[in-house]
Write a protein that binds this ligand. Sequence first.
Ligand SMILES: Cc1cc2nc3c(=O)[nH]c(=O)nc-3n(C[C@H](O)[C@H](O)[C@H](O)COP(=O)(O)OP(=O)(O)OC[C@H]3O[C@@H](n4cnc5c(N)ncnc54)[C@H](O)[C@@H]3O)c2cc1C
Length: 519
Amino acid sequence: QYFGDNLGQKVKAMPLVEETSLLEDSSVTLPVVIIGNGPSGICLSYMLSGYRPYLSSETIHPNTILHSKLEEARHLSIVDQDLEYLSEGLEGRSSNPVAVLFDTLLHPDADFGYDYPSILHWKLEQHHYIPHLVLGKGPPGGAWHNMEGSMLTISFGNWMELPGLKFKDWISSKRRNLKGDRVMPEEIARYYKHYVKVMGLQKNFRENTYITSVSRLYRDQDENDSQDSDISTKHLQTEKSKFIKRNWEIRGYQRIADGSHVPFCLFAENVALATGTLDSPAHLKIEGEDFPFVFHSMPEFGAAISKGKLHGKVDPVLIVGSGLTAADAVLCAYNNNIPVIHVFRRRVTDPSLIFKQLPKKLYPEYHKVYHMMCTKIYSADSNLLSDYTSFPEHHVLSFKSDMKCILQSISGLKKIFKLSAAVVLIGSHPNLSFLKEQGCYLGHNSSQPITCKGNPVEIDAYTYECVKEANLFALGPLVGDNFVRFLKGGALGVTRCLATRQKKKQHLIVERGGEDGVA
Ligand SMILES: Cc1cc2nc3c(=O)[nH]c(=O)nc-3n(C[C@H](O)[C@H](O)[C@H](O)COP(=O)(O)OP(=O)(O)OC[C@H]3O[C@@H](n4cnc5c(N)ncnc54)[C@H](O)[C@@H]3O)c2cc1C
């Protein structure tokens, strides 16, 4: 059974949205299905649930131009305002203007080192509720549930908080020692789980769900194509347009308690992609990379260490990569007394190395790694390996079945080392295999896979709707916003777009005398 355009309260009684176990009723069409239950999906669910941000009466934004713009319409929530007008002239570390705007409102002048409170206060306005489901492989919190426990976050705790629940307030109720502003990833993961519960979003979340296909069933163009068709077809089309369109068919399965997989099929008018970029670790694409001693993620490496698999080994672990995850692996091995060979392609003086962008005082452990990368460089003269040896401007040529690897320097010199394990940490890609063409067609360069930095999904800057696919939205790292601070702007853009469209539909219904309704 379809439900009509006048969504709101009627839909709240739908079993699909109320029940928490299976995705049982596949015959309804949902207004929105969100794929991915990390901070992007959670924040979007919060706003679709009717939470609205207003200019707080107690605070003044340090940007006087922005503040006076906000004053002009203080009776309106930010969702109901012109985001293009508000974001004009703002600058920040995201190329998406709404991301910069929302971050500026939530964390005024954060990049200048200030910790000003948000100038927004949130109200729950239930009449704005847009029915939706949030689907994700694990518990709410997404990637944060898969990060290795030993490290601290790069960001301050409050930069990872979601609207309406201060991270500091939550954490202070959990632990007494609040030394330092950086926190453990598992604390963030627990905060997100708690957030979903206290904000009353749980009814919209389905854990342990794996999306295997998202395909388009219906296009507006089909309607236009049928302009000359006979009256009965036209009548059918009119009937169809009265109801929520089954634009999207979403297929997948849910893993249930006994470990079995229950397939499901859902229909949605709109789909929001919030799948992050951590599902497919990048590979070197070299010979022997599939040997079981070669890992491609920190959790795999962490598990090998905690199971004692590398305990007491004299052969070193090879760590490939010069980013922060590789640095985490170096620290993890180092702290477990496992000797390390650290291989990376860049020069140690390369200005784009991430370590150069992190203040020493705030990130001492990463600077310790960087210091070793610069000072403990392999020397062909001594030919000896210490507890840590750095190989800048080198790459791995191949892995061999006898646990050896061949390294090659930029000048072409080759070296062979026996290893106890190898960890390749050179980034990760989104996995959009559930979309046609693996989602490549959505990118700025449609012949290449989607990547956070080089080839994000091309979206309308203010609605986050995919330029190449109507009714499909994308947010978070998929559109270049890899930090939690900025992905929240996606939730604002999508919510504004959907709320505006819903309002337009309701006006149409009123104009037509309200004849449209639930079938
Ligand atoms: C080691 C590390 C440290 C980081 N530190 C910081 C930091 O300090 N500060 C910061 O702001 N950011 C940090 N980040 C980045 C942060 O993880 C992302 O900004 C954030 O998690 C992105 O949120 P998201 O909701 O868009 O995606 P994610 O958190 O990646 O969540 C997406 C979810 O969707 C699920 N999913 C994907 N495909 C499917 C499918 N087919 N079916 C069902 N579910 C699916 C995924 O499994 C995942 O659980 C760090 C990342 C890493 C790896």
